[in-house]
Design a binder for this molecule. Structure first.
Ligand SMILES: C[S@@+](CC[C@H](N)C(=O)[O-])C[C@H]1O[C@@H](n2cnc3c(N)ncnc32)[C@H](O)[C@@H]1O
Length: 219
């Protein structure tokens, strides 16, 4: 069954067109000349694609650009094998945090983002938070028991991070309750990011960002 994803705004449309043009079904713009001027300024590589795909119509977004795309088939192989870190969001509750996590995962070059728990990874507010970068890497649901390879659980009480392996799963916990018992059970290490005394925790996307970039920037 085909599931349609709303692309709200220029950046979401831009990322879907750039990373998965074949999945984009519709691009609507309030004013084609204005949309192309925006593309020339922010994404000149997409000028011709936008010119060929956009149709003028009503758009409820300040950028005057919106679209719709198919949700891709789940790429579950990343749960078993990968050459860059896989992110595990362990029962995230806040769509904005999940979207921000997908955004940094895409930017850092992660192999995918897997979700446990009840939040739909493709909820419109998650796609809004990722600026459409769902289309840049596999995004899927999983069960913690499906993970293979090193699983590093991020926790403020964990050991020092050290060198992050390429094939690691980096698991971050839920906003209020932290890591689930299932993820703690499959974790091969529990690692922390140092914080100044008095600070109890980082936002989950911020913690993930620090760990991913520790991997990305390592010498
Ligand atoms: C807002 S925190 C959760 C706080 C929660 N009260 C708890 O007991 O863990 C969300 C997630 O961010 C990650 N995190 C936050 N601060 C961290 C730190 N200093 N080191 C490693 N991970 C951290 C953890 O994965 C944590 O589960």
């Amino acid at each position: 069954m085909r599931v349609t994803v709303a692309l709200e705004g220029f950046h979401a449309v831009k990322h879907a067109l750039r990373f998965a043009p074949d999945l984009v079904r519709q691009v609507t713009v309030t004013d084609l000349a204005a949309a192309l001027a925006l593309a020339d300024e922010l994404a000149p590589d997409l000028h011709d694609l936008l010119a060929g795909r956009a149709v003028e119509g009503r758009v409820d977004h300040p950028t005057g650009v919106a679209g719709a795309a198919d949700q891709p088939a789940e790429e579950r192989f990343v749960l078993r094998a990968r050459s860059t870190p896989l992110v595990l969001l362990d029962d995230p509750k806040h769509p904005g945090n999940a979207g921000a996590a997908i955004r940094v995962a895409a930017a850092a070059g992660a192999s995918g983002v897997a979700f446990t728990g009840g939040l739909d990874p493709w909820h419109p507010a998650v796609v809004r938070g990722s600026a459409g970068l769902h289309y840049a890497l596999p995004v899927l649901r999983c069960d913690a028991s499906e993970l293979t390879g090193p699983v590093w659980a991020l926790d403020a009480e964990g050991d020092a991070l050290g060198e992050v392996p390429d094939d690691v799963v980096l698991a971050v916990g839920s906003e209020r309750s932290g890591l689930s018992a299932e993820v703690r059970r499959v974790a091969t290490r529990t690692v922390s990011l140092p914080m100044r005394p008095g600070v109890s925790s980082l936002n989950l996307a911020t913690a993930l960002s620090a760990a991913l970039y520790a991997w990305r920037l390592r010498t």
